[in-house]
Design a protein around this ligand. Sequence first.
Ligand code: G3P
Ligand code: MG
Length: 234
Amino acid sequence: MEIAPFIWAHRGASGLAPENTMAAFRQAELAGADGIELDVHLSRDGRPVVIHDETIDRTTDGSGAVADILLRDLQRRDAGSWFAPEFCGETVPLLEEVLGWAADRIRLNIEIKSPQAGRAVLDLLSQFPDVSVLISSFRHDLLFSMRQWSPDLPIAFLSDSCFWRLALKRAVACQAESFHPPERHVTRVLVNACHQLGMKVFPWTVDDTRRRDTLLRIGVDGLFTNFPQGNGVS
Ligand code: G3P
Ligand code: MG
């Protein structure tokens, strides 16, 4: 029996709604995504917040580094209007808000952008035991630390290097369950190497139908897309 590919909504359904907002997460669930990918930084007062960039300039009406802004000031910013006027009033979510919303309905891939956020994310997860999470990062040293702090934590390795074999070796040593390469690096050789090591492959970010079909033929286990509706068809 063929297993359906696992569709991760990249930053939520970020082709349809402002990335990393509750609107994008709700749209992802409505679109039938299997899981939601989101990015995490730490606010100045140490709260894990859901935003991709180091600064709030691109995705809010404010400016400055996330790490320099108190949560209360961050939450005053509009994180929706830059995308379209009807999303005015969307805010930068707290990670705990998203964990509470997801409950046991949809898996969350929490990509940790700032290494300082690792410990705070783990502390939060203990309050939400029903949520199925997958922790990923390009910061592989952080992932090794998190493995030490939490032996059963589901971990995924993000790689953006064409020297993917090195990252894959480290992923195995860290007991990662999946490998997340950029879609342009994915070949049958890469997929087979992952599968031989018992690791799933989820490439990012695939919005093109033809590329999606090719990747599925090659044997990826799923993919990240900004357009999760219709199983990742843009
Ligand atoms: O986790 C997959 C993908 O999100 C990694 O790149 O820059 O979109 O966070 P980026
Ligand atoms: Mg990401």
